[in-house]
Structures are given as C-alpha cells and as structure tokens.
Write a protein that binds this ligand. Structure first.
Ligand code: HEM
Length: 224
C-alpha cells in the first residue's frame, strides 16, 4: 500500500482510523447511555438485541470495527517507533513542555492503557457474547424468558475493582482523545477558519464521552 510508505500517508491513515473509532465510540456511548434510562433497561435491551443480531452489524460492521481497532494500535506503535528512530541522537536537553503538551508526548502510554482496557472489556462483554451466539448458537437474547443484556451489564458493574479499573481507563481515554482528536484534524489538513470551532468540539467530545462512560459505570454500581 503506497499510502502507508510515506510518513504523511501513515499519519493520514492513522487519522482516518481515529475518526472511524471516534464515530464508533459515539454510537457505543449513545447505546450504553440508554441503560441508565428510568425504564428498567427496556430501551437498552431492544437496542442491544438489534445490534447483536442484525446481519449487517454482525457480519459487516463488526469485522470492519475489529480491523479498525487493530489497525489503529499497530499503526500507533509504528508511528511511535519511527518518531523515535527519526532522531538517533536525542536532544541535549529535552525541554518538551516548551513546545508540546504532556499529553501529546505520551500518546503511546495513554494508548497502551486503553489497549489494556479493551482486553479487559472484551473478556467482560465481547467474548461471552461471541460464545453465546457463535459457539452455543443461542441468538435468542433471552435468559429465563427475559432479555438478558441489561442484567448482564448490571452484574458486571457490581465489582468495585472492575468499576475502578474502568474509571481509570476512561481518564486515560479522555487524555488520549484530548490530544488525538486535534492531531487527527491536523493530519487531514483541517487547519483553516474552522479550527477554533473544531477545537471546541474536540474538547467537548474528549471530556464529555469519557465522563459519560464514568457516569454509566457508577450508576450501575450504585443502582442494582
Ligand atoms: C461504561 C462504559 C461501557 C459499557 C457499559 C460498554 C458496554 C459494552 C457491551 C455491552 C459490549 C458488548 C456488545 C456486543 O458485542 O454485543 C461492548 C463491546 C465493545 N466495547 Fe464497550 N462499553 C463501554 C465502554 C467502552 C469504551 C470506552 C470502549 C473503547 C475505548 C469500548 C469498546 C468496545 C468494543 C471495541 C467492543 C466490541 C465491539 C462490538 O460491540 O461488537 N467500550 N461494550
């Protein structure tokens, strides 16, 4: 792939995968926030069942998502390694704070924290889901005659350790997004009269989405 051979091409591809994941995160949030609606999980159950059994979502969007996640992580590592090796002799004085933010210099670390979270999150939710549907062949979404999704979600957030780990991960997510969103806009050249508006939008997204996820986790921990 020619695009990935140049440094600019790699940054561009990284930005595209970032936008895609940010779009996923928004829809993931929009569905999960319904779990705190005062309808005892009815909306969340309906949406989860649709997403979990719809052919387009399962066989087209889900594989694209998994590819997007893996691509973003692999490309992140490649960019980090290339950036490091681009300058064999390190600066005599690395006065990073003078011209870059702490977050921008630590994308790899916040990224690794999110990767650890994604592994935990897959063990918690995604693998059991794959097991129920693809291994046991149960696509009914039912347990004891009722939709199972809401109860499974509530159950996961009983443990204070899991809730704590999730909250720490969401703080890292906010840090990653705070720099990542702006950086992605820069990489695709969106550096024009809209920059100020884009920056404001990035900030609202980067803080709003993780805070929203924290609220969901805490809500289920304290209400069950
Ligand atoms: C309180 C916060 C969250 C809750 C309650 C939650 C809930 C869930 C649930 C129930 C699933 C299983 C969906 C299924 O396959 O049927 C899932 C999957 C997934 N989650 Fe989350 N999630 C949260 C936060 C996040 C965050 C912050 C990320 C990314 C950084 C994330 C990434 C994913 C991914 C990649 C999948 C697998 C893809 C898929 O849905 O098929 N989640 N999540």
């Amino acid at each position: 792939m020619g695009l990935l051979k140049s440094s600019i091409g790699r940054k561009f591809a990284m930005a595209l995968s970032a936008f895609f994941l940010m779009f996923f995160l928004l829809q993931h949030f929009a569905i999960n926030i319904t779990s705190i609606f005062p309808d005892n999980g009815a909306t969340f159950n309906k949406l989860s069942h649709f997403m979990g059994t719809n052919g387009l979502v399962q066989y087209v969007m889900q594989p694209i998502l998994i590819f997007g996640v893996v691509f973003h992580f692999v490309m992140g590592f490649i960019l980090e390694l290339k950036n490091k090796s681009a300058r064999k002799v390190s600066y005599a004085k690395n006065n990073g704070a003078a011209n870059s933010t702490w977050m921008s210099r630590n994308m790899i670390w916040s990224g690794l924290a999110i990767l650890a979270f994604v592994v935990l999150h897959f063990i918690d939710f995604w693998f059991p889901e794959i097991n129920t549907k693809f291994i046991q062949g149960d696509w009914s979404g039912l347990h004891d005659g009722e939709f199972r999704y809401f109860h499974e979600l509530q159950h996961k957030f009983l443990s204070p350790i899991r809730v704590g780990a999730y909250i720490i991960a969401f703080v890292f997510l906010a840090m990653h997004l705070l720099h990542g969103f702006n950086s992605a806009f820069q990489s695709v050249g969106a550096n024009n009269k809209y920059t100020k508006g884009l920056k404001t939008f990035s900030k609202i997204y980067a803080i709003g989405i993780p805070v929203g996820f924290i609220i969901i986790a805490l809500f289920h921990h304290f209400n069950h």
